[in-house]
Design a protein around this ligand. Structure first.
Ligand code: GCU
Length: 661
């Protein structure tokens, strides 16, 4: 039986799967071959498209002799080694053929044809092979089941409540979750962790007595090829099992995890595995028992191993109770210092999940040196789609170019970050129960781009953006949309913290400027501005030594302010305001200029958006227009606080004599 396409609740935005995106497929004659649950999903999709656009779909058994425009073929004898997710596509003699050897491959093949639109049925081409570069393309939802008193339902969520949880339990109606799974499949995402990495009391129980709720969610994600993962508490044997210890080497603890995991798989046979934040920002971990992170990760890896599951062990481990007077401790160093000595000690199904930068998803950070320094450990790279430090989905900030820079970065010539991320690419989700999914309608582009870059880390981000625009908006507003999104990350960088310095945000919620908000705090995020200069000396010669964690070319390049790239200068060095950048400007003049430019660019983008009024659906247009007002207010606030702060500290006037307070 074909699986019916999910019905969007009234008023919910179709995002990148509006009915019109299926016009080309829906108007044609399609033959589907093969069997299995995902073939029914594919059939449901094509049947719905045909219902709308007048085409026809038949299954192998009923196929009459007639010609077909599209053949979707799940052949056991697929020609090449395509795996579960790959597919081929070819067009010959007026028929487009997609072949796959696994159900997910067939579904991805269908969405490939949808993306191509009319081009899928034009001309001829020889067989092309499509295959995801990374096997795991996952979203981490920082969703709480029970509303947390400080963090709310979704930690760092800017898109309303959770898609999965409401009022302390799994939603009864999961139709919207089905629609979400469909959107994820259409951009290649194949896994979701359904709860926050900070595992509070209620959420800890999802692992045991409340696994049925997780299983219900897994049931609706599965037909779109999305697997379910769970964040668990390292202290579970104590808090749930009543054991006196969670020591990873204790036999009773090992037995407890083995039994808990057996029960998880009984409820969810294709369960993906556990995500763990241990010994990080107050979460429990192996340190309490004098054990290493490898001991901790391997405990869970062993429990998951009989079922083919994976533990994603996060490397976000640092001292969050630092004394700001202590200039030797450097938070940027922490992940490398903790984990590099453990290289080779992790089980094959224990993946170390590393944030892309060494601090915490700032608008500009260098690529984490840890990623290039653990050849004997499966690594996953973690990005943040939720815009915690990049405008919180009130500002437009399309992160495609930043992520692409990260994924293409080469610690050493042999391999890029995209190639080193053998354990997958993961993003902290930016979606919630908001009618536009992501609060800011244009933030949908981040979710889509993440999926496509996880499929192909070396894809051109601009092409992915155009793909998203075409699918979501159809013909008409493409140029304007491209213009407001393409440079938005650099614009955001210009009016916020300069030259890689980071963290000049309001403490706690992290929205809006506060230059010294974290300067005398325990979090290890300082800029050290004084009357003479600014920046953190992370050189080996005179600073914290962080620059020395990189492989050769980068260690040398970052070591000296003469060779360090401008955009990271204050991340690596403390320099005077009069220091001349490679751009020829002084640091202080760069700060003034970029802050004025950033605001001007937001004003311009707002105008471009206004000009799209007749070309974009009115609800979307209104929501974005409203957010532009807030973005502009916010950008001016950033400009004026940053410029005034540095004028007052340095006493150096703006060369152009513009208004600074
Ligand atoms: C950031 C964020 C936290 C989150 C943490 C993490 O610090 O502000 O809310 O818990 O990252 O990645 O674990």
């Amino acid at each position: 039986m074909p699986l019916p396409v999910p019905v969007l609740p009234e008023g919910v935005d179709p995002a990148w799967l509006p009915p019109a995106a299926f016009r080309a497929v829906g108007g044609r004659r399609t033959l589907i071959r093969g069997s299995g649950p995902l073939v029914e999903t594919v059939h449901g999709e094509v049947a719905e498209a045909c219902r709308r656009f007048g085409g026809r779909v038949v299954r192998d058994a009923e196929a009459e002799g007639g010609a077909h425009d599209l053949v979707l073929d799940l052949g056991a004898d697929a020609p090449e080694l395509l795996g579960e997710e790959g597919f081929t596509s070819a067009r010959e003699g007026g028929t487009t053929t997609v072949t796959a050897s696994g159900g997910r491959g067939l579904l991805y093949g269908l969405f490939h044809v949808v993306r191509l639109g009319e081009a899928a049925f034009t001309g001829e081409w020889a067989r092309e092979r499509h295959h995801p570069a990374l096997a795991l393309r996952m979203l981490d939802h920082w969703d709480n089941v029970a509303v947390h008193p400080v963090m709310g339902q979704v930690e760092r969520g800017y898109a309303g409540g959770s898609l999965f949880w409401e009022d302390g339990r799994a939603r009864g109606d999961l139709e919207r979750v089905r629609a979400y799974a469909r959107l994820l499949a259409a951009c290649g995402i194949n896994a979701v962790a359904v709860n926050n990495v900070n595992v509070h009391e209620t959420e800890a129980r999802l692992l045991t007595d409340r696994i049925g709720e997780v299983a219900a969610i897994a049931d609706v994600l599965r037909p779109y090829g999305v697997r379910t993962h769970l964040s668990v508490s390292f202290a579970a044997p104590v808090v749930l099992g009543g054991l006196p210890t969670a020591d990873p080497l204790d036999e009773a603890v090992r037995g407890w995890w083995a039994e808990a995991t057996r029960a998880v798989y009984a409820a969810i046979p294709d369960f993906g595995g556990y995500v763990v934040k241990a010994d990080s920002e107050g979460q429990p971990g192996p340190f309490a028992y004098g054990r290493s992170h490898a001991d901790g990760a391997n405990l869970l890896a062993d429990a998951l191993e009989p079922y083919g599951g994976t533990v994603h062990w996060r490397a976000f481990v640092y001292d969050h109770c630092q004394d700001w007077r202590d200039r030797r401790t450097d938070r940027a160093r922490a992940a490398y210092d903790h984990f590099v000595p453990l290289d080779g000690a992790f089980a094959a199904n224990a993946v170390l999940q590393v944030k892309h930068g060494p601090i915490d998803f700032q608008v500009r950070e260098p690529v984490s040196p840890l990623i290039g320094a653990m050849p004997g450990t499966p690594l996953a790279v973690e990005l943040q789609a939720t815009q915690e430090y990049t405008g919180q989905q009130r500002h437009v900030c399309w992160l495609g170019p930043m992520w692409s820079e990260v994924l293409r970065f080469r610690h050493q010539p042999e391999s890029s970050v995209g190639e080193l991320a053998r354990g997958g690419l993961i993003a902290v989700s930016n979606a919630g129960d908001d009618p536009f999914w992501t609060g800011h309608p244009l933030a949908q582009a981040n979710l889509y781009t993440f999926g496509r870059l996880a499929w192909r880390p070396d894809a051109e981000p601009g092409e992915v953006l155009d793909e998203w625009i075409r699918l979501t908006f159809g013909p008409g507003p493409e140029a304007g949309l491209h213009a407001v999104l393409d440079g938005s990350w650099r614009t955001y960088e210009k009016y916020t913290a300069p030259l890689g310095v980071g963290f000049m945000v309001q403490p706690g919620h992290h929205y809006g400027p506060s230059v010294d908000g974290y300067e005398y705090s325990p979090w290890g995020t300082y800029h050290f501005a004084d009357r003479d200069g600014i920046g953190v000396d992370r050189s080996v010669a005179t600073g914290t030594g962080y620059a020395g964690q990189y492989a050769k070319p980068w260690a040398e390049l970052y070591e000296s302010p003469d060779t360090c790239p401008d955009e990271l200068l204050l991340f690596f060095h403390h320099v005077s305001y009069g220091h001349t950048l490679h751009s020829g400007k002084t640091v202080i003049q760069h700060i003034y200029d970029t802050h004025f430019e950033g605001v001007a660019e937001v004003e311009e983008a707002r105008e471009v958006w206004a000009s799209l009024a007749g070309l974009v659906d009115p609800e979307r247009h209104a929501r974005v227009a409203e957010r532009y007002e807030e973005q502009l207010r916010g950008a001016r606030e950033w400009r004026d606080q940053i410029n005034s702060y540095f004028l007052r500290k340095s006493g150096v006037p703006d060369e152009l004599g513009r208004r600074i307070y």
